[in-house]
Structure formats: structure tokens, C-alpha cells
Ligand binder design. Structure first.
Ligand code: FAD
Length: 318
């Protein structure tokens, strides 16, 4: 399988089109997901990211009134979906590998699953906190930060396993990480956030994918600061088209970003979400054209289960 960095090198400066998908809710049809991204294959994404979702603890009430706390993973199947994507679309799959909810040993087992499937790319993340907890807590025996998980993957790439004395067959993972043009919400300052990002790259990350942003200036400033700090790996912009009026408040709250006032004003004027969707598409096309002129290696779209607007943006750009 081809590494993300090799795809970028092979493109020789041409901007690539790629997507991120999320596994369906447990019990829903995988076919629907595959069919929804099928039209996007027109733009030949060389790789597709698949998110990973940790278990959430829920309270289940029994008929006798007893309440039981049980762990439930609402969106299982990341590894299976990766296999299915590779088979159906002949793309490279990039599973997200998270710290949350995993011990180091469980992580090692998962990395073996990926290795045996021929997957050579991973996006390494700390992962979101449990919704019920609000703050991130590592599982006992697990990693607390993405940089620690990167070290484990790098060790496997060198043939070093957690508890084996003898050298193992090395894996060959290309490691991507997350970056935040508008700062990670927990970071006390931009300075500390850049220090930790640099730590991830120094530990072995070979490229960065950014959190979504709607104002290109934030991305340009982020790239400049990275370069000034000596972070020289490719920085892939993550993009999500605005599609409903509600998102004007939801996206800033969840993803800790600022919406440009021009975009907010245009969306506020709309009478229906259908019109907002159109505003989002037009904004997305302009945003992407500017990013392409800037020379971004990839336009990476967060599809979140919907692809028609991403399709229209891609048609307006490529
Ligand atoms: P880290 O790099 O570990 O950083 C977390 C915070 O700790 C930051 O504030 C950082 O500044 C600070 N920090 C880092 N290292 C240290 C250290 N050694 N000591 C003290 N502080 C430190 N979440 C999911 O659950 N599943 C997914 O599939 C998923 N995919 C994502 C894809 C992308 C492109 C992005 C941008 C985010 C994704 N997320 C996903 C969300 C992500 O897991 C959260 O944003 C999470 O809060 C941080 O993850 P991270 O890998 O950036 O963490």
C-alpha cells in the first residue's frame, strides 16, 4: 500500500482530493455509506480516512428498576470499513487510531490487525473525551497523549514490541497527526500547542491534518508558524462545508473555531437550510480555490455521512 506522503510526492505539486468518513451508527447499513461516497470517486481520492469512536458508558435500566452502567460503542467497525473501502474502491484506507479507551496492549493488537490487512497509514490521535466525563482520561495502562501513541507505532516500525524480548518483523506505518489552526481548546496558549505539535513531529509524525476552519487566513498563519518552529512536514487542510443554519453555533462550540462574519451574514440571510447549503458550497469553492493557489498538497473533506455538497465543491475546484 502507498503511504500518504508518497501519494503527495507522486502528485508533484498537484493538489489531491481526499475525504474522511465516519462509521455508521451501530445497526445501520454499511451499503448506504459506501453508496454515499461512490460519486466522490470521480475525483480519485488516493486515500480515505475512517474515524475511530471510543466506547461511551450508558445507564441501562432493567425491568426490576436496577440501573446498570454498560460500555457501548455507538459507531464500531473502523477496521472492517477500511478493509471494505480498499476492496471496493481500490483506495488506501487511513484508520484513525486513538489513545482513549485502549491499553497499550490493545493498541498493539489493533496495529497488528491493520498491518495484516496491508494498511500502512494511520492517523494517530488522543481521541475525544467520553461525553459523560467531559474531560479526557486515559484508560489504565493506555496513552494520555497522541505523542505517546506515536512512540509506540514508531517502536513497532523498528520491530520493537511491548513485551517481546526478540525483535519482531517491523511494520511500515506512515503516521499522520492532528493540528489546530485555531488552537486546541485545552491548550493554555498557542505557544504550548505548537510545542506539543512539534513534539509529535519529532516523535515520528510525517504529516499533519488540520481541524476544520472556514477562514483561510487561520490556515496560512498556522502553516507559517509551523515552518518558523521547524515543522516541515506536509500540512493538509481539513474542510467541512457549512450545510445548516444551526451549524453556525454548533461548529464553533464543538470544534472551537471562528466563523468568518461574511459567511455568517450570508447564511443568516437564508430562509431555508437548502439555501444555507448552497451558501456553504459557494464558500467552499472559493475557499478551496484559494487554498489550491497557495499550493496545499491535499484538500481533505470531512463528509460526515453526506457527500452531495462535497461533490459540488470538488466539481467547482478540480
Ligand atoms: P494531543 O496531540 O495529544 O493533544 C491534546 C491536548 O494536550 C492539546 O491541548 C495539546 O496541546 C496538549 N498536549 C499534547 N501533548 C502534551 C503533553 N505531553 N503534556 C501536556 N499537554 C500535552 N477524535 C476521535 O475520538 N476519533 C477520531 O477519529 C478523530 N479524528 C480526528 C481527526 C482530525 C483531523 C482532528 C483534527 C481531530 C480528530 N479527533 C478525533 C479529535 C481529537 O481526538 C481531539 O481534538 C482531541 O481532543 C485531541 O487529539 P490530539 O491527537 O490532537 O491530541
Amino acid at each position: 500500500m502507498t503511504k500518504v506522503t508518497e501519494h503527495i510526492r507522486a502528485a508533484e505539486g498537484q493538489t489531491l482530493f481526499t475525504i474522511e468518513i465516519i462509521p455508521p451508527l451501530k445497526g445501520q447499513n454499511i451499503q448506504q455509506l459506501l453508496d454515499s461516497i461512490d460519486p466522490l470517486m470521480e475525483f480519485k481520492p488516493p486515500f480515505v480516512d475512517v474515524t475511530y469512536h471510543r466506547e461511551e458508558v450508558i445507564d441501562k435500566q432493567h425491568p426490576d428498576g436496577l440501573i446498570q452502567r454498560i460500555p457501548v460503542r455507538k459507531r464500531p467497525g473502523t477496521v472492517g470499513i477500511c478493509a471494505r473501502l480498499m476492496e471496493r474502491f481500490k483506495v488506501d484506507a487511513v484508520p484513525h487510531v486513538i489513545c482513549g479507551g485502549f491499553t497499550r496492549e490493545e493498541t498493539e493488537d489493533m496495529l497488528f490487525d491493520l498491518h495484516y490487512l496491508g494498511i500502512d497509514n494511520v492517523l494517530v490521535l488522543r481521541g475525544d473525551p467520553e461525553k459523560s466525563a467531559g474531560v479526557f482520561k486515559a484508560k489504565e495502562g493506555g496513552h494520555a497523549y497522541a505523542s505517546d501513541l506515536i512512540c509506540q507505532v514508531v517502536d513497532m516500525n523498528r520491530g520493537k514490541l511491548l513485551h517481546e524480548e526478540t525483535e519482531a518483523t517491523p511494520t511500515n506505518f506512515c503516521i499522520g497527526v492532528a493540528g489546530y489552526p485555531e488552537k486546541h481548546f485545552e491548550a493554555t496558549s498557542f505557544d504550548s500547542d505548537f510545542d506539543y505539535l512539534k513534539r509529535k513531529v519529532d516523535a515520528g509524525a510525517e504529516y499533519i491534518v488540520t481541524q476544520m476552519f472556514f477562514d483561510n487566513q487561520k490556515y496560512f498563519q498556522f502553516v507559517e508558524r509551523c515552518r518558523a518552529e521547524g515543522i516541515m512536514v506536509p500540512i493538509i487542510p481539513g474542510l467541512k462545508p457549512l450545510s445548516t443554519k444551526k451549524q453556525l453555533s454548533i461548529l464553533p462550540r464543538i470544534f472551537h473555531l471562528q466563523m468568518p462574519s461574511d459567511l455568517v451574514q450570508e447564511a443568516e440571510k437564508c430562509e431555508s437550510d437548502k439555501d444555507v447549503r448552497q451558501v456553504g458550497i459557494e464558500w467552499g469553492i472559493q475557499q478551496c480555490k484559494e487554498l489550491v493557489s497557495y499550493g496545499v498538497p491535499v484538500l481533505h473533506f470531512y463528509t460526515m455521512g453526506k457527500s452531495d455538497n462535497v461533490l459540488q465543491i470538488a466539481r467547482g475546484v478540480f
